[in-house]
Each structure stands twice: as C-alpha cells, then as structure tokens.
Design a protein around this ligand. Structure first.
Ligand code: ATP
Ligand code: MG
Length: 565
C-alpha cells in the first residue's frame, strides 16, 4: 500500500478519522488500539476489529497499540497473551514498540481512584453484590442510594486503603463512583470501580488484591496511551457516558469512543465463553481445532491471512448488527486459494486398479500442470504404473443414468495419463465388497488425448500404488448444524446444535509422492476434491492433511441466483 496516498474513507469510522485529520482535531495524530482481554484465543470477530484498528493506523500514517486488557486475574493467562500476539502478527499486523498491558497502569488507576475519593466522587460500599445490583434498579425504575454513599471522605480513604492492604474478604466491599443513582443510563448509577479479588495476577503477581473494573480501566488506559479514536463494539455505546464521565471528572486527556457492529458468522459461535466451553469440555481438540472460528483454527485449517483480511474489507464496518453468511468467508478463502495453491492428486478412499495390458515392473512419468491459474508455476512429473488407486466413489458397478465415471465396460480418462476401460470387477468372496478393478489402457492416449478424437465423459484423478504416500486426511463440516447455534429447541442448550459430523477422519488415503514431505501449513489443491493444508500432526513419511474447503463455492451459486445482498 502507498503509505503517502490519502485514503478514500470506505466506512463511517474512517470518515470520522479522515475528518479529524483534516480539521486537525488531534494535531493530525491517529492512534488506535486493539484491546483484547487475554482470556481466550482470538476469533474471526476479533479479526474484524484488528483489521479496522491496525488498518486505520496504517492507512492514515498513525500507530495502533496492542493492549492487553488484563484486569481480571481469575480468567487470564500468559498462554493467551502469547497466542494473541502470534495471531495478530500472522494476520499481517505489527504494533512495533506499542505493546501495553492495562496492568501496567494499576498504580496510576489506583492513584486516580484516590483522587476521585478526595473529590467526593467515589465511596466504599459494603453492601453485597446482590444488594448493589438490586439497588441499581431497572431501566424504567430509578436506583436507590447506598446507605454508605455519604460517608466522610476520610473514612472512604481509610477503607479503600484497608481494602487495598488485603484487610477485607472478597465480596465484602467495593469502591463505587458517586455519580447519580437516578440517571436514566444505568451505567451511571454509581458503577463499581474496584472489587476485591485475592487472586494472583499473571503479571503483577500478589501485589494487588483490588482490581479495577473494565469501565474504570479502559478509558483511562486509552487516555494514558493518548489514543485518538477508541473503537469498540456497539454494546459499549451505553457505556460511553461513563467513559466520558471518568475522563472529564479526572480532567485528563480524552479520546473519542466510536462504536461499530460486531461480526457474527452463521453456523458458529463467537463468544469467548462458549469457545472456552468447547475447549474445556473436549467438544473440539483445543483452541486451534480447524473447526473453531478462531484465527489459529482457521490458520490450521488452511485459511490465509490475505483471505481473512479481504473478507474483513468486503463485509465493511457499520452500526447495524447482522450475521454474515459463512459461505461468504469460505468464498473469500476459495478465491485466494485458487490463485495460490499448486494442484496435486490424492485419493481419499482408494480402490485398487490393475491395468492388465500395462507391462509388469514398468513405470513411467507423466507431465502434470501445477496450477492452471498460474502459468509460472510450471509442471511436474507424476509416476504412473500398472497398479493404481482411484477414488472408490468414481466407480459404480451398476451406474444410474447420470453417473458418467467408471463402470464395467466404460472408458474414462486418467488425468494427465491414459484412457482406461474397466474390464472386470474383483470382489471379496466373503463380503461381496469390491476390492479391485481390472482395466486395460490405450497406449495411444498418452497425456490424456486420443488421436482419433475419442472424448471420455469423465476424467479421474489417480495415484500409482507403488509410489503413493499413505496419509491421514481430516474432512470438516460446520461446527453447528444450525445457522444460529443459539436457536435451541425446547429444553435444550446450544450444545445440542453441535454437528456430530463436523469432523471425519480418513486413514489409508494415498497421495502422489510430491505430497509426502511438504512443510506444515503448505496449502495445496487435490484435484477435484478441494483445498488441503498440511497439519502439524504430520510425521516424516506420514503426512496429515486438513481439508480446508471443498471446491464447491456455495456463495458463487447464491450470487448467480441473486440471493446475496
Ligand atoms: P466476550 O466474548 O467475552 O464478550 P470480547 O469478544 O469482547 O469478549 P475482547 O478480548 O474484549 O473480547 O475483545 C477485544 C476487542 O475485539 C474489543 O475491542 C472488541 O470490541 C473486539 N471484538 C470482540 N468480538 C468482536 C466481534 N465479534 N466483532 C468485532 N469486534 C469484536
Ligand atoms: Mg470484551
């Protein structure tokens, strides 16, 4: 991207940033931040926020901070901190030296809390959390003031100091902002600023036993970092008056909070709590299970960072909540993989084929095109011999009318090789299962063309039995059977919508030799079967492939029918 070009705003957030840059509101500075809580792995929704925040910084010559919002020691772990950094980098973004932690600001936040107490704007409340919740009232009704609300400042200072020193048990006292229990906006009804948590923090250890609430930490962290545009999801719109109140009351630097609609994708869940359930209950194989909507899962599945960034760009940014069809995400991935993936042949469910008129012991090599979308990718040699494997699905003993692939007496083309005709079917006498096909080949059709213009109706992929690499291949389907996994039948939870067929593991697959030792994460197309990616479970000589996606583009089909908005 040309760093000096003035970008044309493509959404309302970029429009605001462009206007501010023009008016000099922030002295021309653009500073955004991506503020994940390290309590889980990043998902495709986060990717939208990352592309927005880092994208704006890049386009406007600003900076984007990566800030860990680590204010809850009970749920946060270093594993997540590392995974988040890895995923942001993999997506193609760089925070440079701007890596921050809300926990680095605990001292400053604490000092500011004391400042609010001294100004009569905060007080220690010893009601239970249930009492506090009840006294805050409902939307329609006003809240009720705490009996502790008008304590003298000196008493509040003393109590808060003792809370901080660990003299009180969890749940026995909180520090609350003293705003307005009758405010129409419930967030302004004396929100909790600090609670007692006697937990060890992943960075500050045992130093603290009072921890700031999200709202108290977030805006002030933005302020400390001199953020210009604090971009967050819509549910924080209701929090904005509080964000503003804290900063104005403290009289400190005040960024602008801007809210946009979060991303939802059909057939999956996006809440970190749900994703954690899936992991902890072993409903998937970890955060980077290829079925997960996590960035690391998608990466393992074979999605590219480019495809995810392109997806984020085309879904855009606005202020209406909606669910994006997963077919669109998959379409972006297919388009990208189509351009970049070299083609190979692999047989998932092998059926043995013996070419009876092909000399025993002979092998030859045929030329195969690496990528028809990319002439520079060239071609490769694929070994051919007397014994081959084809796909079990590509043969039917008694084919219906619409089945054009191999059948007794029928001729088909073997991709890049020869025409073959099935002459006999060998079955297991005990089970009746087809175990082998006997065929003949036409030596005049080398390369897949016949001099007499014969055109078989089907072209099959194949591998040479002698040279093939045995492999495990994992096929995936959507993690949930419903577009909206939260739509549940009476008496059932979202787990009931898990797709029992989301993973199918095939062992005994046979692949062309070149697929035997590709590096982990290599992305390829198996002709006719889809896009595949080498899994980290691979061992030398025993590769494991994930099917990223089949070749069938549901989105393109919907587009043709005019069914995409
Ligand atoms: P939870 O699932 O518990 O609500 P969260 O998704 O808000 O957590 P955070 O770690 O706080 O998780 O999110 C970091 C940033 O990513 C926030 O700025 C948040 O607004 C943004 N974000 C989270 N989910 C989405 C989403 N689905 N679409 C767009 N942005 C998101
Ligand atoms: Mg959050």
């Amino acid at each position: 991207m040309d760093e000096n070009a003035t970008p044309t705003p493509t959404d309302f957030v970029r429009q605001i940033v462009a206007d501010d840059t023009k008016s000099g509101k922030w002295d021309g500075r653009v500073v955004t931040r991506f503020p994940p809580e390290p309590n889980g792995y990043l998902h495709i929704g986060h990717a939208k926020s990352i592309c927005l925040n880092f994208g704006i910084a890049r386009e406007f010559g600003g900076t984007c901070h990566l800030r860990f919002d680590d204010t809850n020691p009970t749920k946060e772990e270093d594993e997540y901190v590392l995974a988040i950094q890895r995923d942001v980098r993999w997506l193609g973004f760089d925070w440079g030296e701007h890596l921050y932690y809300a926990s680095d600001y605990f001292d400053q936040l604490h000092a500011w809390a004391i400042q609010l107490i001294q100004a009569g704007k905060a007080y220690v409340d010893e009601q239970t959390s249930a009492e506090i919740r009840a006294s805050r009232g409902k939307l329609a009704s006003r809240g009720v003031e705490s009996p502790h609300r008008d304590r003298p400042i000196a008493e509040n200072l003393d109590l808060f100091a003792r809370m901080t020193a660990g003299e009180f048990e969890e749940g026995t006292a909180v520090l609350r902002a003293r705003i307005d229990m009758e405010a129409p906006n419930q967030h302004l009804r004396d929100p909790v600023m600090y609670r007692i948590l006697k937990a060890s923090h992943h960075r500050t250890g045992a130093k603290w036993c009072v921890y700031p609430m999200y709202d108290w930490a977030h805006g002030q962290s933005d302020s400390i970092e001199k953020i210009t545009h604090s971009i967050c999801t819509l549910e924080f719109r209701e929090h904005r008056p509080l964000y503003d109140w804290y900063l104005d009351t403290l009289g400190v630097y005040h960024p602008q909070q801007i809210e946009f609609a979060r991303l939802n994708v059909s057939f999956t869940v996006m809440s970190k709590r749900r994703l954690l359930n899936l992991v902890e209950e072993d409903l998937v194989r970890g955060w980077n299970d290829p079925r997960m909507p996590t960035i690391s899962g998608m990466r393992r599945r074979g999605y590219t960072a480019e495809a995810i960034r392109h997806f984020a760009a085309i879904i855009g940014v606005d202020t209406t909540e909606s669910t994006v069809d997963v077919a669109l995400l998959e379409h972006c991935v297919r388009e990208d993989l189509n351009k970049r993936s070299p083609r190979f042949m692999g047989v998932l469910r092998p059926l043995r084929v013996v070419i009876e008129n092909y000399p025993e012991g002979r092998t030859e090599e045929v030329d195969a095109v690496n990528n028809p979308e990319d002439p520079a990718a060239g071609s490769r040699k694929v070994p051919f011999g007397r014994v081959l494997y084809i796909e079990r699905d590509d043969f039917m003993e008694d084919p219906p009318k619409q089945f054009f692939r191999l059948a007794p007496g029928r001729e088909v083309r073997l991709r890049y090789a020869y025409f073959v005709t099935c002459t006999n079917v060998v079955k297991d006498p005990a089970t009746g299962e087809i175990v082998e096909l006997r065929c003949t080949y036409d030596p005049a059709t080398k390369g897949g063309d016949s001099p007499d213009g014969r055109k078989p109706k089907a072209t099959l992929h194949w591998v040479s039995a002698e040279h093939a690499v045995p492999a495990e291949v994992r096929l995936y389907d959507h993690l949930f059977t419903r577009e909206d996994p939260d739509e549940v039948a009476e008496g059932q939870g979202w787990r009931a919508n898990l797709n029992p067929r989301s993973l199918e593991t095939l062992t005994g697959c046979r692949l062309e030799p070149a697929l035997g030792d590709l590096p982990v994460e290599s992305r390829v197309q198996f002709e006719r079967l889809g896009y595949f990616c080498v899994d980290p479970d691979s061992k030398p000589g025993a590769p494991v492939f994930n099917r990223t996606l089949t070749l069938k583009d549901e989105w393109a089909r919907l587009q043709k029918k005019g069914k995409t908005a």
